[in-house]
Ligand binder design. Sequence first.
Ligand SMILES: NC(=O)c1ccc[n+]([C@@H]2O[C@H](COP(=O)([O-])OP(=O)(O)OC[C@H]3O[C@@H](n4cnc5c(N)ncnc54)[C@H](OP(=O)(O)O)[C@@H]3O)[C@@H](O)[C@H]2O)c1
Length: 262
Amino acid sequence: MVKTSAAGFSRRRFMAGSAAVAAARLAWPEENRRLKVCVLGASGTVGNAIMREILNAGHHVIAISRSTDKLAKIRAEYAAKGVETLVGDVASDESAAALHAALHAQFGKPDGIVAALSSPAADRPMKVLGTPTDPLRRAFDTNFFTHVVAAKALIPELGAGGVYVGVNGGLPDFVLPGMANVTMTQSALRSLYLALAQEADESKVKVRMLGLFGLVATGERPAKNAQRSILDSDVGRRVLDILLHPAEFPGPILAIKARAYS
Ligand SMILES: NC(=O)c1ccc[n+]([C@@H]2O[C@H](COP(=O)([O-])OP(=O)(O)OC[C@H]3O[C@@H](n4cnc5c(N)ncnc54)[C@H](OP(=O)(O)O)[C@@H]3O)[C@@H](O)[C@H]2O)c1
């Protein structure tokens, strides 16, 4: 008779235990998984809707903002849903490193991160010809490099299987007269997310970009033209679907289009 060593015995028990855990995971419907999602831009039009839909579905959200006042408002509105908040700024590598450290220390690894970042000031009309270069450069600082900085600081925080979703507009290939800045930053963002998806794949992190073709209508700001609008709740639910089932949205470039643009 072959004697079983203590090590062999515990290895067998461990394997049996692992198999039981794996079987339990298989039996556990994906929809019942409780995600921990960090939302950058949670105080904004789009990020707020994303946060709300993720919370409404019973998941856990860590809302990020540069403003303690905005975070207090978020806590007041979503306290019952169990939202957590964290002050953070992704304007520079230094501020993003501080955000990363605080996120890690207080909440551990998230399952997903959403970047719904923008600066309305940078979206005011700017032509290339006739606009000094500095305001154009600033548009890239606030509407493009914030995404670069956030991704560099936070994608490494996601473990294998983690999902990172960046939100973009729908004008990377179309210039609204006088708004070259918007098209330039949005096309740069699309390229950024293509590159990030490829690079993050090495660590099994899924990166997706969701382009919104149309104005986002909210309860406070209803659609003036339904054909050209997207409901904020549809955006939030789509982002949640992507976080839960990234394989069903291989992208990496995805879109929601208002009826007029589809
Ligand atoms: N709104 C629309 O109708 C619409 C339509 C199509 C596409 N989109 C796209 O959706 C995305 C979000 O737009 P939005 O309309 O929701 O913008 P928004 O309402 O102006 O919100 C932008 C958010 O970005 C955050 N943010 C900006 N700079 C930051 C920084 N340095 N560090 C941390 N957070 C920063 C702000 O947070 P704090 O100020 O709280 O720090 C704010 O919550 C953009 O890509 C935009 O192109 C929007």
